[in-house]
Every structure is written in structure tokens, then in C-alpha cells.
Design a protein around this ligand. Structure first.
Ligand code: 13P
Ligand code: SF4
Length: 399
């Protein structure tokens, strides 16, 4: 009897050991063990969709549609009366329309960055705060002022950072790193804030992270990856960073800004830190909206390339009418596109829906009490930190 080749025998055995099932098991294990950040990135891509942005643009187009003769002044008159009647004050963000910013100023309200909006709401005696901005600003006002009525022209005005940080996924991420201090950007929902240890805005993020790093805390940061990377670089603190982004600032391109800088070599480049790293590298000043406005006032430069949402131009031009403010281009070819840089959610605030919400009381912000109490802790931590360090009152923040 011819003996079978032992190598052939072994080969057969190996094939029955390394089965297709085993390979499949390994494949599944490698997917589930995949870097959680990569898994989250994939999910965020399917949450912050093009359709959502288009829906916001459509809603905004109703507010920005041309006024019929006399409509604008009638709306302004009506809103001024309603604000008085209802003991209400208008708090607007720098990215809202010039009409809303002017109205806030004229009626004893306030135009500010997100940190200052929160502070103003806590200090004003009005019983109703009308927040012209995005959802997280309205929620922050409610969390800090539970006794006040908070209205917004459109409650659906949200933010890509907020949408891209759903609480279930974010909590999973936090649970996987229980030894980390959770620091979230203000551009998040009340429930995400409730899951955090600290809330920060762009105006105060840097000193708070420095403060935590000095205590050797391990930091989990969410949701803006660009602001997170910027702070990590400046402070030299290693952070676990959630991969969210702002759909507006993410569009700025270094190549376009470099081209514009060639045309205007003396221009000072002002950049909001939600922008990508290669854009931040071109900045003369990086900062919150307040900090950028402050820099535009104090700088000796006569021209500025402004790398943020163009709503900010109203305040910059008003403060420095003889200076030139240039919109930073979004494409690599140097053309500027003001309209497409508008934040689609900020643009949902208008005189029409502001009048409507004051008339009807619709669009009141409600935050469930147990969430509100939990979210108030990290928010108050930030407010107290700002107060103790006298930070950012009118743009002192360095980020
Ligand atoms: P600021 O806190 O700098 O106003 O930023 C808020 C924001 O949403 C920027 O996109
Ligand atoms: Fe959010 Fe960006 Fe709009 Fe600011 S500009 S509210 S970060 S989407």
C-alpha cells in the first residue's frame, strides 16, 4: 500500500481547522473592536445630512424673503410693543441678521457670543428671554433661568455640532472612558450637557482645559474636532476627541485664504477656532466671535480677512466703519461666496417669526427638570469659572 504524502494529510487537516466560520468570526470581531471614533464618524455622516441642511435653508428662505412695502417697519413696531408688554428682552447672537442685532440693541437687549448671551440672560430682570440664535442657546438660557419663559423665533434652528452628537452614542463613548473628565462645547443638547462634567464655549475653552490639565485630569472632549485639536495643540494636553464639526467653518479653505492674502498682504486674518487646522495656521488672531470683534477694533490693521459666519460683519463694520472687512473664501480658488457661508440655522431667525412667537407664545423652550438640574451643574461650573477669572467679559477670551 502506497503511503499518502504526510504534507497532503496535514494540508487537509489545516483546511478543516481554518474554516470560513472562523474567518467570519474574526471579521465581525474586528468590526466591533474598530476604533470607536471611526464608528462614530460613520454614524455622524449619516446624521448630519445634506437634506437637513437644505431643510434649514428652506425654512430660512421664508424669513429672508423680501418684505412687502411697509412690512418691515410694521414688524419692527409690533415687536417693540410686544417686548414691552410682555416684559421680554431680545438676546441675539452675532450671526443673526442685522435687523435682529439692531433691534436687540435698540430695545435694551443684547448682541453677543454664546458665553455672553448666557451671562446676560442670568443678570437681566426680564421675565421672558427671547433668544435669537440656535437651539442650544435657548436651552442654555432655560437651564440657567428655570423661572423665566424662554422663547425662540424658531425652535428648529439647530447646529451641526449638536445634531452630530446624539446622547446615546456620546454616552457610550464616555462610558468606555470612565477615568476621563467629560468636557463638552456649549453647542450641544441639554441631555449631552447633563452627561458632562464641564461645559465650555469657544471664549473660555482654553483656560478651562489648562485648569483641568494642571490637575492632571484626562480629558474627553466633544463634539467639535477642530476646536478640540486647536486646544490640544495650544495646551499640549492629550484629549480624546469626538469627531463632530461645524458645517459652516469646515468649508473654509487655506488655499483660498492664501490667495486673498496675496491680494491684501497687510490684511489681518481673523479665524474662529471651529475652522480646520490648516486654516487656523494662517490666522493672526484665533478666537470666539467676541474676541474676533475685539481684535478688529484694537488692531492697527485697516483690512481684515474674516474667517467666520458673515453675520459678524454687522457689528465689525459698525464698530470700525473706516476699516475694510473681507469675507474669507470657502473654495480653493479664491472666489468668495457670502450667501453659502451663512449658517443655515442662524438664518432661520427673522422678524416675521420673532413677531409670531411673541404674539402666540409658541416656540417656548422646555427642558425636562431632571435633565435641566443635571445640565445646570457643568454650565454653572463654567459661569463661575468665568466670573472668578473675570474671563471673556466682552471678548477677553483667547480662543
Ligand atoms: P461663539 O461662542 O464664538 O459665539 O460661537 C458660537 C458658534 O456657534 C460659532 O459657530
Ligand atoms: Fe453651529 Fe456652525 Fe451654525 Fe455655529 S455656525 S451654530 S457651530 S452650524
Amino acid at each position: 500500500m502506497t503511503k499518502q504524502n504526510p504534507v497532503i494529510e496535514i494540508k487537509k487537516d489545516i483546511v478543516s481547522i481554518i474554516t470560513d466560520e472562523l474567518i467570519e468570526q474574526a471579521r465581525i470581531a474586528s468590526i466591533t473592536k474598530q476604533d470607536p471614533i471611526i464608528r462614530v464618524k460613520k454614524k455622524i455622516g449619516s446624521i448630519v445630512t445634506h437634506e437637513l441642511i437644505e431643510q434649514a435653508k428652506l425654512a430660512a428662505s421664508v424669513q429672508t424673503a423680501e418684505y412687502a412695502p411697509g412690512e418691515r417697519s410694521a414688524l419692527l413696531d409690533e415687536i417693540k410693543v410686544l417686548l414691552k408688554q410682555q416684559n421680554a428682552v431680545l438676546v441675539a447672537h452675532f450671526y443673526t441678521s442685522p435687523d435682529l442685532q439692531r433691534l436687540a440693541e435698540e430695545t435694551g437687549g443684547y448682541v453677543a457670543d454664546s458665553l455672553e448671551m448666557a451671562r446676560f440672560g442670568t443678570e437681566h430682570s426680564a421675565t421672558t428671554l427671547v433668544v435669537a440664535g440656535v437651539q442650544f442657546m435657548g436651552e442654555t438660557a432655560k437651564i440657567l433661568n428655570p423661572e423665566k419663559r424662554i422663547l425662540m423665533p424658531d425652535k428648529g434652528a439647530t447646529c451641526s455640532l449638536d445634531i452630530g452628537c446624539p446622547v446615546d452614542l456620546f454616552s457610550e463613548f464616555c462610558d468606555a472612558h470612565p477615568d476621563h473628565t467629560v468636557v463638552v462645547y456649549a453647542n450641544t443638547s441639554a441631555v449631552v450637557k447633563a452627561r458632562s462634567d464641564w461645559v465650555v464655549t469657544s471664549g473660555i475653552a482654553l483656560p478651562i482645559i489648562e485648569h483641568l490639565a494642571a490637575q492632571k485630569k484626562k480629558i474627553l472632549w466633544g463634539p467639535d474636532k477642530h476646536l478640540g485639536a486647536y486646544i490640544q495643540k495650544i495646551t499640549g494636553t492629550e484629549m480624546l476627541i469626538w469627531p463632530g464639526s461645524c458645517v459652516v467653518h469646515e468649508k473654509f479653505k487655506a488655499s483660498g485664504i492664501q490667495k486673498l492674502k496675496k491680494q491684501f498682504p497687510d490684511a489681518c486674518v481673523l479665524v474662529h477656532p471651529e475652522s480646520p487646522e490648516e486654516v487656523i495656521e494662517l490666522a493672526d488672531v484665533v478666537g470666539s466671535t467676541s474676541a474676533l470683534i475685539k481684535a478688529s477694533i484694537t488692531s492697527d490693521a485697516k483690512q481684515f480677512i474674516v474667517v467666520t459666519e458673515p453675520g459678524i460683519f454687522y457689528t465689525m463694520k459698525k464698530a470700525s466703519p473706516n476699516k475694510i472687512f473681507l469675507e474669507a473664501p470657502t473654495g480653493g480658488i479664491g472666489g468668495s461666496c457670502g450667501s453659502c457661508m451663512r449658517c443655515p440655522w442662524m438664518a432661520m431667525n427673522g422678524l416675521r417669526n420673532l413677531a409670531e412667537t411673541l404674539k402666540t407664545g409658541n416656540n417656548e423652550i422646555v427642558v425636562e427638570e431632571s435633565i435641566r438640574c443635571k445640565a445646570a451643574i457643568p454650565l454653572k461650573r463654567m459661569m463661575d469659572f468665568a466670573k472668578n477669572r473675570a474671563i471673556s467679559l466682552k471678548g477677553k477670551g483667547n480662543a
